[in-house]
Design a binder for this molecule. Structure first.
Ligand code: NAD
Length: 469
């Protein structure tokens, strides 16, 4: 069985303990991943600290070129890494699956390598001139989840190193292998110590985020862990970018042409078997359109093949782990017990953490499947009578990552969009993120943004030089 390793100071390290990582589609062991100790965290942070000054003193152009080399390595190894993602995380090779995740990794690396953040004259008159400079913060702790393990790690590490920081990344304990392999490959084109990893569960995450030598925390994961990280950061006062869970509402405006939107609506909800932060997790449909929307989604869902993602014909894979599998089953069972209509599609394999694609109708606000983030392939469809009622429903939860409005008229949709409380409101699309467009949550979905120029700013320390003329 293959053992995978952390990268620290540009070298593969040995760990005292390991855990078996199994393919969620087959149960077959993929390999052994390291489990680190708190001492290993100290060593990785020290490696990042020692590398940081030299890295920060390289020119902007050198760092842009280094990040461009990283993009090239990702591109060259995307087939290998996509295979590992599928076997470890479960999303299929095909469709919006692991190859798509690798394309995103390349794109989200190329864009920051092309962006510039020059000093800005923020004020000038005949007596003074004030220039805002942006310096690296230092050592960044990056903590990633298991749903899009490589793409989200790239979102965290690339802007950080682009701006002269060094990084210690901890992948999720559920999906460490593909990430460790990606870091092994890309650190070959970076100076030693610029990008390091530690592995393990929340204990190691807590040791990293509370470490006194951490200057910035990039966290993507659940709200409950986010709250613990905010508390832990009182140790180092590191600023945090917090990308937390979502419970995105989609509102279909009355009379919207269903056939034009059904495919995007489906993938907006079922991308990665629903295990996506900004998936549609609650669908609000006008009572007059309810039957036609349910029929269109049903017709689409029954044609989507579910199974082991290494088979090119499958478009939906398993849930990633038993905890998530049980959670989604529990929410569906709760809806069924409360008299909701549970409609299931797809033949699912007997082994693995598979669930059928599930539409849940005759359901209302207040049911657990509506109010809690399901993070799985079960979509509640809620009838509304007036747009004000739908907007009120969409805004009533504390989760506020994304939302969407689906309509024939863009003008009417924009009016509704302006009333929705979420970090991004999409119109006639959902989850359509872009490396140039800032992305982040409102309310309990976190704070700070990633991507584009704003994402680069988030990993810098602003400093003003103020000159008397
Ligand atoms: P999680 O919070 O359980 O784990 C995320 C990471 O935090 C893991 O690496 C874990 O080991 C680590 N961790 C756990 N306890 C810790 C602690 N005390 N200190 C430091 N680190 C700790 O989340 P998950 O189950 O891996 O991911 C799913 C959640 O992530 C969902 O809620 C989803 O919506 C959210 N998510 C949000 C975004 C976004 O951009 N907003 C993107 C993807 C996923």
């Amino acid at each position: 069985m293959q053992t995978y390793h952390n990268t620290v100071r540009g070298k593969q390290t040995e760990a005292n303990e390991h855990q078996e990582i199994c393919n969620p589609a087959t149960g077959i062991t993929l390999g052994l991943a390291p489990i680190n100790s708190e001492l290993d965290v100290d060593l990785a942070v020290d490696a990042a600290r020692q590398a940081q000054k030299a890295w920060a003193s390289t020119s902007d152009q050198e760092r842009r070129e280094a990040v461009a080399r990283v993009a090239q390595v990702l591109e060259e190894n995307s087939g290998y890494l996509a295979g590992l993602i599928t076997q470890e995380q479960g999303k299929p090779l095909s469709g919006p699956g692991s190859r798509f995740e690798m394309q995103a990794c390349v794109g989200w690396t190329q864009v920051p390598s092309a962006l510039e953040l020059p000093p800005e004259v923020v004020y000038e008159d005949d007596k003074r001139k004030d220039v805002l400079y942006r310096f690296p913060l230092g050592v960044v702790a990056a903590i990633a989840p298991w749903n899009w393990p490589l793409m989200i790690a790239i979102w965290q590490i690339i802007p950080a190193i682009r701006m002269g920081n060094t990084v210690v990344l901890k992948p999720s304990e559920y999906t460490p292998i593909a990430t460790l392999e990606m870091v092994r490959l890309i650190s070959q084109v970076l100076p030693p110590g610029v990008l390091n990893t530690v592995s393990g569960d929340g204990r190691i995450g807590a040791a990293l985020t509370s470490h006194p030598d951490i200057d910035k925390i990039m966290f993507t994961g659940s709200e409950s862990t986010g709250r613990r990280i905010v508390e832990a950061s009182s140790q180092n006062l590191a600023p945090i970018t917090l990308e937390l869970g979502g419970n995105d509402a989609a509102i279909i405006m009355p009379g919207t042409e269903t056939s034009a939107i059904v495919e995007d609506l489906f993938w907006g909800a079922f991308l990665n078997a629903g295990q996506t932060c900004a998936c549609i997790k609650r669908l609000y449909v006008h009572e007059n359109d309810y039957d036609s929307v349910v029929a269109a989604l049903s017709d689409f869902a029954c044609q989507v093949p579910i199974g082991d993602g290494m088979d090119e014909s499958n478009l939906i894979g398993p849930l990633q782990n038993t905890m998530q599998h049980n959670k989604v089953k529990e929410l569906i069972a709760d809806a069924r017990a409360n008299g909701c209509d549970v409609i299931e599609f797809g033949d699912i394999p007997e082994t693995g953490y598979f669930l059928p694609l599930t539409l849940v109708g005759n359901i209302r606000d207040g049911h657990r499947l509506v109010d809690e983030e399901q993070f799985g392939p079960a979509l509640p469809i809620i009838r509304y009578r007036s747009l004000d009622e739908a907007i009120g429903s969409a805004n009533r939860l504390s989760a506020a990552l994304g939302a969407s409005v689906w309509a024939n008229s863009l003008e009417e949709a924009e009016l509704v969009a302006s009333k929705l409380e979420a970090g991004t409101v999409w119109i006639n699309q959902h989850g359509a993120i872009h490396p140039m467009v800032p992305f982040g949550g409102n309310k309990a979905s976190g704070y700070g943004v990633e991507f584009g120029i704003e994402g680069l700013k988030a990993v810098t320390q602003p400093r003003v030089i103020s000159i008397k003329k």
